[in-house]
Design a protein around this ligand. Structure first.
Ligand SMILES: Cc1ncc(COP(=O)(O)O)c(C=O)c1O
Length: 417
């Protein structure tokens, strides 16, 4: 691939073998609309819009004043931070981890996951990922030179059977199994730790490493408590879990997360990170300690906010004739689009149409894998009033042929109506 200029810039095979980026057209339209002054209700990305806890911001401001914190930090995270993560695992999940060898800080779980793939996957190795998937679970493996086997996601027992079948019949055997519960994009969950117990047994038998992405482990509703992979007996022998400050504490822009579990895997990640980065800004690490130590009520409050928004979106969509399940965790509502509304189009075109006519951005299921087609993902990241407006706009555009207010206004102004 070249840039088209005289001088041939040839990008690496690593970039060339990446699957196409399916959000491109939608992002372009969103930017174009915004340039025109259209107020898009953006439910496209799981990007929290609520603020982090007050005390965390105050701690950041306080630590920033200290002249000693502005140098490079420790790539694996400062000891106090890793100790706080270990305390949180003990308190929340009854899991004991050694903060020295079984915990590492990452620049968000996305960075940690990608570098873990680089640390574990050699060119030609294979990883199993459920489909639909969170894109980095596929791109991280691809960037490391590995191959992805997509196994259709389903209820947990059916999914496990499919994984076992693939492992038994594939040669060479897959090296890595990537899991994510509560799941993005489908919001699927597992009932309890027994699912992970079975995963550990399979992983041990077949000698497959496991990565569990637990980004939504603390965003749950109706009394449901997502189990940690590390609660399963022997989980630390076979795998690790990634968690993040982004979702429970609304610290997505701060870029901080963790990887916890198998010490050999953590050591491999630490080696890669030692070459690539100098660690997260110390002030962010110190403020994160405060978040984890004192932020229990804030995390619970944030889940309550999402639960109310979930109810508005689920009830609203049902009222306008959509079939939707009410999720018990995550920041997403995953909804099937009726054939009538799809009108022979794929979900990317459907979402482009919604952005144009309803001024609502949502994510097309196809962008999360072949099995996502016919579904869309709605991130419940805007406030209740805007979510209600979004449903009204969708209803107007799809069922009543009414364009959203700004679209109509702009067209009128341009003399088109
Ligand atoms: C399943 C999942 N994993 C990881 C991430 C990335 O989180 P972080 O901000 O910790 O990199 C996200 C963000 O949306 C996610 O949905």
């Amino acid at each position: 691939m070249t840039t088209g200029s005289e001088f041939p810039i040839e990008v690496s095979s690593r970039i060339r073998r990446l699957p196409p980026y399916l959000f491109g057209q939608l992002n372009k339209m969103k930017m174009e609309k915004r340039r025109q002054g259209v107020d898009i209700i953006d439910l496209g990305m799981g990007n929290p819009t609520d603020p982090p806890p007050r005390a965390v911001i105050e701690k950041l401001c306080e630590v920033v004043q200290d002249p000693r914190v502005h140098g490079y930090s420790q790539s694996i995270g400062i000891p106090h931070l890793r100790r706080e993560v270990a305390r949180l695992y003990e308190r929340q999940f009854g899991v004991t981890v050694d903060p020295e060898t079984e915990v590492i800080a990452t620049i968000g779980s996305k960075e940690g996951f990608s570098h873990m793939c680089l640390a574990l996957i050699s060119p030609g190795d294979t990883a199993i990922v459920g489909d639909p998937y969170f894109p980095i679970h596929v791109y991280g493996v691809a960037l490391a030179g590995g191959n992805v086997i997509n196994v259709p996601l389903g209820n947990d027992q059916a999914f496990l059977r499919r994984i076992a079948y693939v492992v038994e019949h594939l040669y060479p055997k897959p090296k890595l199994l990537i899991l994510n519960y509560p799941h993005n994009p489908t919001a699927m969950t597992v009932d309890d730790v027994s699912f992970f117990e079975q995963v550990v047994q399979l992983a041990r038998k077949e000698k497959i490493m496991v990565i569990h992405d637990f980004a939504y482990g603390r965003t749950a509703f109706d009394g449901y408590k997502p189990p940690s992979f590390l609660q399963a007996t022997g989980a630390k022998d076979v795998g690790v879990e990634f968690c993040t400050m982004s979702k429970p504490y609304n610290m997505a822009g701060w870029r901080i997360g963790f990887c916890v579990g198998n010490r050999e895997m953590i050591k491999a990640l630490a080696t890669i990170k030692g070459y690539y980065d100098y660690g997260i800004f110390t002030a962010v690490q110190v403020a994160s300690i405060v978040a984890m130590r004192n932020g229990e009520a804030d995390v619970a409050h944030q889940s309550e906010i999402y639960q109310k928004r979930r109810d508005i979106v689920v009830e609203g969509l049902r009222k306008i004739g959509w079939e939707v399940e009410s999720p018990r965790a995550s920041m997403f509502v995953w909804a099937k689009v009726s054939d009538q509304h799809l009108a022979g189009q794929g979900t990317i075109d459907f979402c482009l149409r919604l952005m144009d006519e309803a001024e609502v951005a949502i994510a097309p299921g196809r962008a999360f894998g072949e099995n996502g087609e016919k579904c869309v993902r709605i991130a419940i990241v805007e406030n209740e009033q805007r979510l209600r407006q979004a449903i009204r706009n969708i209803d107007g555009a799809l069922n009543k042929g009414i364009k959203a207010p700004t679209a109509t206004k702009l067209k009128r102004k341009a003399g088109k109506e």
